[in-house]
Design a binder for this molecule. Structure first.
Ligand code: MG
Length: 213
């Protein structure tokens, strides 16, 4: 009696679906993430998502310290694989001292279209213990949509506390998380497909084998 373990059956069938190489369907929609945190200090204005929020403390930063716009800027740069906000607008550069972060975001929004993409949607979560941001959320959503050049329904924005945990929970800082999608603009997609078709080598039939021997 044969007691040797049976050999596992080798799978020889070809997979039915083979992932397409990057550069075709994979490039149509891209996602990026961004996040930022700034210290909350006395004697600074608080600006979030391009909206001035009244209060006695604001975010410290080389620019206006708008964590929301910084996180969104990084998310868009991430979606383009185009580096980050610190590389593009270094805080060692005096041109960016006290700058309105909307201008930085504006440059990156232009970069998105220059690369042949349009913004799909953006979703932001602000982490802040105080001040209470609920009354300002509609204005923040509207302003972010304006800055991105998209409709309000393409912009999600929400705020959460940290349940008094950590430095944000202690009111020492405010952070923001963002994700963004960019979709290839139709014209750019059409151009890319045309150029691929043009550059593809002509298909030639394999030489017919003669059946005669
Ligand atoms: Mg920042």
């Amino acid at each position: 009696m044969n007691t040797a373990p049976r050999k596992a059956k080798v799978e020889t069938q070809k997979p039915r679906y083979v992932a397409r190489r990057s550069g075709v369907a994979g490039d149509a929609v891209r996602v990026g993430q961004g996040w930022d945190i700034h210290r909350l200090v006395a004697g600074r204005a608080l600006r979030l998502s391009g909206v001035d929020v009244p209060g006695d403390r604001g975010l410290l930063g080389h620019s206006d310290g708008d964590v929301v716009l910084h996180a969104v800027t990084d998310a868009l740069l991430g979606a383009l694989a185009a580096g980050d906000i610190g590389q593009r607008f270094p805080d060692s550069d005096p041109r960016y001292r006290g700058i309105d972060s909307a201008l930085l975001l504006g440059e990156v929004v232009e970069l998105v279209s220059a690369r042949g993409y349009r913004i799909g949607n953006v979703d932001v979560t602000i982490l802040a213990e105080q001040p209470k941001l609920a009354p300002h959320m509609p204005a923040m959503q509207r302003r972010l949509g304006e800055l991105l050049g998209v409709e309000a329904e393409q912009v999600g924005i929400k705020a959460k506390t940290m349940e008094a945990l950590g430095p944000i929970g202690a009111g020492e800082a405010i952070a923001a998380l963002a994700v963004a999608t960019v979709a290839e603009a139709r014209r750019a997609a059409a151009q890319r497909l045309r150029s691929r078709t043009r550059s593809a080598p002509p298909r030639s039939r394999p030489p017919r084998r003669s059946r005669k021997r």
